[in-house]
Design a protein around this ligand. Structure first.
Ligand code: SF4
Length: 319
């Protein structure tokens, strides 16, 4: 049985075997139907300068221990267990793009990773890029996966009529630490190589340095090294947030993983942050100042601007 999706909360069914090639997943793949695909970003998008958001999947196989998409407000209490494929997504997207009077930049990657392992077989992101190129829309992809390199020629095609940018999220350069905090994603060393290939292909390559986990990823040496390596890889912009946000189920999951991997760290978080949503790194302001200075020295932007609206204001980011 395939169920209709309501974007406020789908109840998927019909599990089907996922590809054996998945490197890491606890999840089963299920089909759902989408009613809509594009959501308009009404305010200026202060993170990535987008006009529309798009999610082709629900759930994510990267299982990052800090992921905000586990929060109760998103209505997905099986975020890590069920990967839902919006089986009719391409038909819905084509119809929505056809009816839009004004073109814009479509962002994907905020609620799940559009290049999670399932994408290797499902190819929803790939087919969505084909449509964006056909209809003259721009794209901004956020991912942790090198699978994005499969679609370089499509990104170039999008860029010929509009704009295309890819942000690889890197929160640490330490592959061992990343294996714990982002257990389903390719190691950051591979992500850096992907950035180099994207930049060499003429695609705007960015780093999303967020979150920066307090007491784990927030040393100046770690941040400095990341900026230097990103610069060497041809990255043009880094957007950073020196801390993490935490809510309800997301916090419970995160603390459980801290208990497994970093005994004692939960208590430090609880004492310092309590129930607060914004959990800034203790030295966030200093990190921000030094980060800005170093990026400026390398000619890398640290804030975003709407990709198709040159007059729009650049906005500084959190922390
Ligand atoms: S890749 Fe992004 S969406 Fe997926 S689990 Fe990690 S933080 Fe969440």
């Amino acid at each position: 049985m395939i169920v209709q999706e309501d974007d406020a909360g789908a109840s998927p069914s019909a599990p089907r075997a996922h590809a054996e090639a998945f490197r890491y997943t606890l999840a089963v793949i299920r089909d759902i139907q989408a009613r809509t695909l594009l959501s308009r970003v009404d305010e200026i998008d202060m993170w990535f300068g987008l006009d529309f958001g798009m999610n082709l999947y629900r759930g994510c196989q990267h299982h990052c221990i800090y992921c905000d998409s586990r929060s109760a407000c998103y209505g997905n209490d099986r975020f890590d267990e069920d990967i839902c494929v919006k089986r009719n997504a391409i038909d819905v997207l084509r119809e929505e793009l056809r009816r839009k009077r004004k073109k814009g930049v479509v962002g994907t990657g905020s609620m799940n990773d559009p290049y999670m392992p399932a994408e290797a077989d499902e190819r929803l992101t790939q087919r969505a890029l084909e449509l964006l190129a056909e209809y003259g829309f721009g794209v901004h992809v956020i991912t942790k996966s090198t699978l994005v390199l499969r679609d370089v020629s499509l990104l170039q095609k999008v860029a010929r009529r509009s704009t295309a940018a890819v942000s690889l999220t890197i929160t640490t350069l330490d592959d061992e630490l990343a294996r714990i905090v982002e257990p389903g994603a390719p190691p950051p060393s591979d992500r850096l190589r992907a950035l180099r290939e994207l930049a060499d292909a003429g695609i705007e390559a960015r780093v999303a340095l967020m979150p920066v986990l307090p007491f784990l990823e927030d040393s100046w040496d770690a941040v400095r090294c990341l900026v230097e390596r990103a610069h060497s890889a041809g990255v043009q912009a880094i957007v950073a947030s020196f801390g993490v946000t935490m809510r309800d189920r997301q916090r419970e999951y995160f603390y459980a993983r801290l208990d497994e991997n970093f005994p004692g760290l939960r208590r430090i978080y609880q004492e310092r942050f309590g129930d607060r949503y914004v959990c800034a790194a203790p030295e966030a302001e200093t990190l921000r100042a030094r980060f800005e200075e170093l990026c400026a020295a390398h000619g890398m932007r640290t804030s975003v601007r709407p990709l198709l609206a040159p007059s729009a204001t650049e906005l500084p980011l959190l922390a």
